[in-house]
Design a protein around this ligand. Structure first.
Ligand code: ADP
Length: 363
């Protein structure tokens, strides 16, 4: 339905989007996930017709959008900073798109009413935007994008400035709401939780290119590069040397699939690879045991993250749910699930990565 082919956008010498390909099916939610500055907003602006690409094509329902003005594209873009008309009423803001489309007064009113009730703001039409909270303004911006009934709805960091409770609520409600509308949606965000919760497919973007595309589950199970693994929040990533089905890593010797090619590689432990176990209890025979000492704890809302220094002097983090967590200084046994080990092409895993900073909002 949406097809982006070979899209390139330059700002002077800087290539913000580099020969990028991306597709979305009818009704599908695709999320572009990447760090601040990787070109996400530029991609959306190019699809919307707000910046002109240097090369490439965008087609929507087999119609080439090149040469069409933004208002002719049937593409809606909700900006990070809402871009609402601050002193006008909520209804005037939400009715902007339908008004531009030349609908009648009654049709505009109906669209406004429907869109406001979808975002749970029914009855606020007469209020001015400035009298609403930040979260409510964000929902007005969403209602405005929806009311225009675009074929493709694009959302730039849609939940960026919301407080945690509202964000969590919308993370659950937004996919349902958008599915009801049946609109194809392209989100961009730097937040992996948001991407994984909202999208049918996630495209991980790095320096103007898409590095990997897949369902959230496929990305979690098989990140294809160290960048993707790190960006999803995986932290147990090690240089490895593979020989005869054994990976020698700073963590110790770990088994890998027999057919894995020998030589230098990067080993990634998936999120659920490590568990603290009771050494007295029976376990799967193929699990590998590591021993270590608890060196820290961090509460993470609904679970506890326990830092363990292994006997090989590597610190790992293990999430646990139990209240009876081991105490600082306790000796523990860790089990590594061999099914949660992935081998990627060698990359300097030990090299510090640029910190993943949230995209600054322009509010
Ligand atoms: P993201 O949305 O992923 O944060 P952007 O698309 O906003 O990334 O920006 C991509 C890169 O292009 C950044 O390095 C940014 O500084 C640069 N950039 C964005 N807009 C402009 C512009 N109007 N002029 C020059 N450089 C820009």
């Amino acid at each position: 339905m949406l097809e982006v082919r070979g899209l390139t956008v330059r700002y002077g010498d800087h290539v913000a989007v580099a020969d990028l390909d991306l597709q979305a099916d009818e009704g599908e939610g695709v999320c572009v996930l990447g760090p601040s500055g990787c070109g996400k907003s530029t991609l959306l602006r190019a699809i919307a017709g707000l910046v002109l690409p240097d090369a490439g094509h965008v087609t929507l329902d087999d119609r080439d959008l090149g040469g069409l003005r933004p208002d002719q594209r049937r593409v809606g873009l909700m900006f990070q900073d809402h871009a609402l008309f601050p002193h006008r009423s909520v209804a005037a803001n939400v009715g902007f798109g339908p008004r531009m489309q030349g609908l009648t007064r009654d049709e505009i009113d109906q669209r406004v009413e429907d869109a406001l009730s979808l975002v749970d703001l029914a009855g606020t039409g007469e209020r001015t935007v400035t009298s609403l909270s930040g979260g409510e303004q964000q929902r007005v911006a969403l209602a405005r994008a929806i009311a225009a009934q675009p074929k493709l709805l694009m959302l730039d960091e849609p939940l960026g400035s919301l407080d945690r409770a509202l964000r969590d609520r919308l993370l659950t409600e937004l996919p349902r709401l958008l599915r009801e509308l049946g609109t194809t949606v392209l989100y961009v965000t730097h937040d992996q939780d948001e991407a994984l919760a909202l999208a049918d497919r996630v495209a991980v973007m790095r320096s103007g290119r898409i590095e990997q595309v897949g369902t959230p589950d496929a990305l979690w199970r098989s990140p294809s590069t160290v960048f993707v693994a790190r960006f999803l929040g995986l932290e147990h990533i090690y240089d490895a040397h593979i020989e005869d089905g054994i990976a020698t890593t700073p963590l110790g010797a770990l088994p890998v699939a027999e057919r894995t090619a020998g030589g230098k590689a990067t080993l990634v432990l998936l999120l659920d690879a490590l568990r603290i176990v009771d050494p007295e209890l029976p376990r799967r025979p193929d699990e590998i045991e590591l021993s270590g000492e608890v060196v820290g704890h961090r509460f993470a809302g609904d679970h506890l993250r326990v830092r363990v220094r292994t006997s090989t002097d590597v610190e790992v983090t293990v999430p646990i749910w139990r209240r009876d967590a081991p105490r600082l200084g306790d000796g523990v046994t860790l089990a590594v699930d061999p099914d949660a080990i992935r081998i990627l092409p060698a990359e300097p895993a030990a090299t510090p990565q640029a910190p993943v900073s949230p995209t600054p909002t322009r509010q």
